[in-house]
Design a protein around this ligand. Sequence first.
Ligand SMILES: O=C(O)CCC(=O)C(=O)O
Ligand SMILES: [Fe+2]
Length: 338
Amino acid sequence: MEVARVQAVASITKGMDTIPLEYIRSESERPAATTLHGVVLQVPVIDLSDVDANEGKIVKEIAKASKEWGIFQVINHGIPDEVIANLQKVGKEFFEELPQEEKELIAKNPRSQSIEGYGTSLQKEVEGKKGWVDHLFHKIWPPSAINYCYWPKNPPSYREANEEYAKRLREVVDKMFKSLSLGLGLEAHEMMEAAGGEDIVYLLKINYYPPCPRPDLALGVVAHTDMSYITLLVPNEVQGLQVSKDGHWYDVNYITNALIVHIGDQVEILSNGEYKSVYHRTTVNKDKIRMSWPIFLEPPSEHEVGPIPKLVNEANPPKFKTKKYKDYVYCKLNKLPQ
Ligand SMILES: O=C(O)CCC(=O)C(=O)O
Ligand SMILES: [Fe+2]
């Protein structure tokens, strides 16, 4: 059966005052009723310029943000603006300029185990409701893990723009793992090593949130924590990401060319709960298209993840089981105990 893309639903409902029932959230989830406004706390913004000279300060800031929020933004991260602009340009062209039939050529196969491909989540989620979003998933690093059949062939510069971004991002990833490691009193290399080092998989997702006639009733991506170690994300300029802290939802302010860093479940586990994976969701917009490019840094599926042994002792017993990443994913997707 053909899957209804949200992009198509959005063009049918344009100008209407209602949306199909399957997108209407329960009152307790609706963004209008549940977002904290006014003078509110802000997700920490961390300046990475001159990392070597400022290492101590940066490590402290990252550790604090990862414990208190599970999310922060980094500026002066070293990825040139045009590398981000190119990534965004080719992704937008894929969603907006290709004929639908061409996009469907790389659609996720519903019978395949793999998450890769163009798709629309048929969420087995809260009350069977759907998110107002389409997406494209494909791996971008390491080269041995990439399945180019899920990469768009058009626009022709898609591949080069994504490869360049992956290459630049690797340097930021190294800095993040080092700081997170030092922030726990470990040696700089220890967390990356426990995470699988060179085998860590970089999975790109492009989220495409079309305009929604009733943004007060819908959500883009429903509230969740990422399963990754960490997720590094660039959005377009349209506000939409919200994070939960102490029982309230906060907007994450848009900062041009900043990278948003989420702590995911696997770093929470490695750190034995010192760092918190962040609960987050996205809202949609009445007139504007929102897009985002998260990269999930994941363990290879057979890699075992558990609390780093140096961080546990009698007084501080392990809070999580050690298990293969694929088993963690299976339990989470099927809502089974971990
Ligand atoms: O669009 C965003 O800003 C966040 C999307 C997200 O949380 C996800 O795709 O896991
Ligand atoms: Fe997420």
